[in-house]
Design a protein around this ligand. Sequence first.
Ligand code: HSE
Length: 309
Amino acid sequence: MYSFVDCRKSFAFSSSANLGSGFDILSVAHDAFFDEVEACISSDGVKVSMVGNHETIPEDPLRNSAGFAIVSLMKDYGIKEGITLKIRKGVPAGLGLGSSGASAAAAVASVNSLLSLDLTKDSMVKYSMLGEGAVAGSPHPDNVAASIFGGFVAVLGERTVNLKVNYSDLKFILFIPSVASNDKTKKARELVPKMVETASYVKNMRYGFSLVLGLERGDRDLIRQGLNDEIVEKARLPMFPYYPKLKEIALSGNAIGSCVSGAGPSIIVFTDGETDVNLIESEGRKLMESMGYSVNVKEAKIGGGVRVE
Ligand code: HSE
């Protein structure tokens, strides 16, 4: 049987998924925000309690990414004890920053430790992504994989691998418009085309390889080319009409590149020592405000994996 302690607390970083063409495959954890989830043994079933500022995130475990992940995990492992999850949100929800993924990842890490389940990181991704399905309509593994593994990740079926990154001064600027909505990812996923032209597929393969190899070689031109997408970003463009101009501003300030963060509406800009960060931040903010969006501009670095206290 398990050796129980009463409670365990974990912390998981925010993330930006897709990174151009890597829809549901590529992602990066960043230290912009983090969620904290404490799991405690309780009487029966799974209970979710949102503490602090949490906007409108449901506490019904079947409609909460962390709750649903733990319900699935307990079912598979035949766990009869009850678990209460106390979720303190740091990652703003509905903005493409891996908020539901961070909660699910931290919840699974806490329960794993609490019940001494010895889950591998890949198993943690499996259960956390089921939690994503409860919120986004279909499970997607990219955000949870970044929050669990840390750094840049590629989710390759049932395995996640960390990408090699040889780029010491790589940082990010996040443009975060205040237009969060709970069912945004679900709607954004409905816009993804079911079929694509071969020419778009070829371009996207080129972008994906460029990004992975560019990060490994520290080659900013390859990374810049890699941060593009011919298929998903294009289909979702009406959801973030400021993006093409914002990308122009980023490139005019010599950013490495930029892309939509996950399903948007946030945008992530990759920067290094050659980038005019001040220009990009002020011109980008001006642009978005001129289009009627109030925007939070936040700088971040690559984040680590989920941490159990
Ligand atoms: N890959 C997912 C999507 C990420 O783009 O729908 C959601 O944050």
